[in-house]
Design a protein around this ligand. Structure first.
Ligand code: CAO
Length: 453
């Protein structure tokens, strides 16, 4: 058995006393020639000390945080003399037969010997020959630290870079949890896990799987006090996936406004006394006002394609209504709202709300929407940010109306004001258009005669 070969820190430029930040192998590991043994980190770069030969790591001569300079021995590598062919194959990367013939095997310690052994693809024979005639030492591999790890590229060791490359992961997207923000192997693994969990949430012009988010914190809460767990309902899990995708992939902006519904409310109350068996809430008026605004601003009645490049403008007016049920949120769609009057809409709204709460809605009754309304007005609040129901491009949130002092020009008058919150996809809709859309809705709600125009 020949003496083990010393793996030394090669020429690393003008760096001295560089800390060892990572041990990439341990005694007993099989290594290939040039495989990284330890990682060093200067103030500007990380670099690996390569194994001078293929073989087995007999001893590591450094530990984490040791400081090393050029020539320091980091490990002893035993060459695989007497190793079986399969063991050698395990450490020799497979090469196509042609390549093996064309590329001479080069002994780092004796490059001139290479031509003699051209075509010798057997590592064992190569190492044997080297061991018999020379005692190879660490090859003088030159490092350009900045070429290995330029400051502007993500901070990661070459091993992690290689790992990310093999998995097709763009390191720039991965958040590093290591010292100083260094991207670790585990960060890349977590990134890939998350990409899979996102279930191919791609489209609308960006890669949902490439968000580069930190892994979800996993905390044992029972350490802090008594807890119990409860699975999310099926509806919540399904709507949650949609909401998460829509929130992550659509650049939302929410435009807030208020509508003076004093007259509308008087009319609604009057209708209520006439239609004893029908509950008429502000929501049906909002459906009509939304349709009027969609007709006036057709870009809001549109769907964006998966690439984020083409809009489909709809010439029908089906409105989705968010309904709160004990199992979670569902969005039944009321069709052809432009062709239906207040009373018909009120009847249909009562019907779909009851069906939603009884879990009797069919998928067909929840599809085909153009624009959605989420009304929390029966509960409270002054404003909120509803999440757009992709591929729709806008959604209206409605909060609770309240009496407000409004300046009439000569005096403050008590007026019933209804808060409106319009979230819109900023890729499709400009802020000015959104402000006009919601202001127009407020105008219609303030004077319902405008619905007839
Ligand atoms: N301001 C003041 N009062 C309002 C109001 C508003 N904007 N909107 C409704 N109300 C009143 C109604 O007039 C009704 O009063 P009365 O009982 O005195 O008649 C009361 O509030 C309850 O209304 P409602 O909520 O039963 O009826 P609706 O037509 O307004 O809404 C429905 C129907 C199905 C949309 C609603 O019940 C619901 O589920 N809303 C929740 C939607 C939701 O969860 N959105 C959030 C999505 S994001 O998580």
């Amino acid at each position: 058995m020949p003496s083990p070969i010393e793996a030394k820190v090669p020429d690393i430029g003008n760096y001295h006393n560089v800390p060892v930040i990572e041990l990439l192998v341990k005694p007993g590991d099989l290594v290939k020639k040039d495989q990284g043994l330890v990682t060093l980190e200067s103030d500007k770069a990380t670099m690996e000390v390569p194994s001078p030969v293929a073989g087995v790591v007999r001893e590591l001569r450094v530990k984490l945080d040791d400081k090393v300079s050029e020539g320091a021995i980091v490990a002893l590598i035993e060459s695989p003399v007497g190793a079986t062919e399969s063991r050698v194959q395990a450490i020799e990367p497979a090469k196509p037969a042609q390549e093996a013939k064309a590329v001479p095997a080069i002994d780092a310690a004796n490059p001139s010997a290479a031509p003699d052994r051209a075509g010798d693809a057997s590592l064992e024979r190569r190492v044997d020959a080297g061991a018999a005639t020379h005692r190879p030492t660490a090859p003088p591999v030159r490092f350009s630290a900045n070429a290995v790890m330029p400051e502007r590229v993500p901070y990661a060791t070459p091993a992690v870079r290689l790992f990310a490359r093999e998995l097709g992961v763009d390191l720039a997207q991965v958040a590093g949890s290591g010292k100083g923000g260094r991207v670790l192997r585990e960060d890349v693994q977590a990134f890939v896990r998350q990409a899979f969990a996102a279930g191919g949430a791609r489209g609308a012009g960006s890669g949902g799987a490439g968000l580069g988010l930190l892994p979800w914190p996993e905390i044992d809460f029972s350490k802090f006090g008594p807890v119990q767990t409860q699975p999310l309902s099926k509806i919540k899990r399904a709507s949650g996936s949609n909401l998460a995708r829509n929130w992550a992939m659509i650049p939302h902006v929410t435009q807030h406004d208020v509508a003076d519904i004093t007259e509308m409310e008087a009319f609604r109350k009057q209708l209520g006394t006439e239609q004893k068996d029908l509950k008429i809430t502000p929501l049906v008026f909002l459906i009509k006002a939304a349709v009027a605004a969609l007709q006036r601003f057709p870009i809001f009645n549109a769907a964006l394609d998966a690439k984020g490049e083409t809009l489909t403008l709809k010439q029908y007016f089906h409105i989705g209504i968010a309904v709160d049920t004990p199992e979670g949120l569902v969005v039944p769609v009321i069709r052809d709202c432009d062709r239906k009057g207040i009373l018909e809409l009120a009847r249909e709204l009562a019907l779909v709300s009851a069906k939603a709460r009884d879990r009797k809605l069919t998928p067909a009754e929840m599809s085909g929407g153009c624009f959605s309304i989420s009304s929390l007005g029966g509960i409270g609040g002054t404003a909120f940010t509803p999440i757009i129901n992709a591929p729709e491009v806008a959604i209206l949130g409605v909060s609770k109306s309240s009496m407000q002092p409004v300046w009439s020009g000569t005096a403050f008058e008590p007026r019933l004001m209804l808060p409106l919150s319009l979230s819109y996809d900023h890729r499709v809709i400009d802020g000015a258009a959104a402000a006009r859309f919601v202001a127009y809705m407020a105008l219609v709600l303030a004077d319902l005669r405008r619905l007839m125009l």
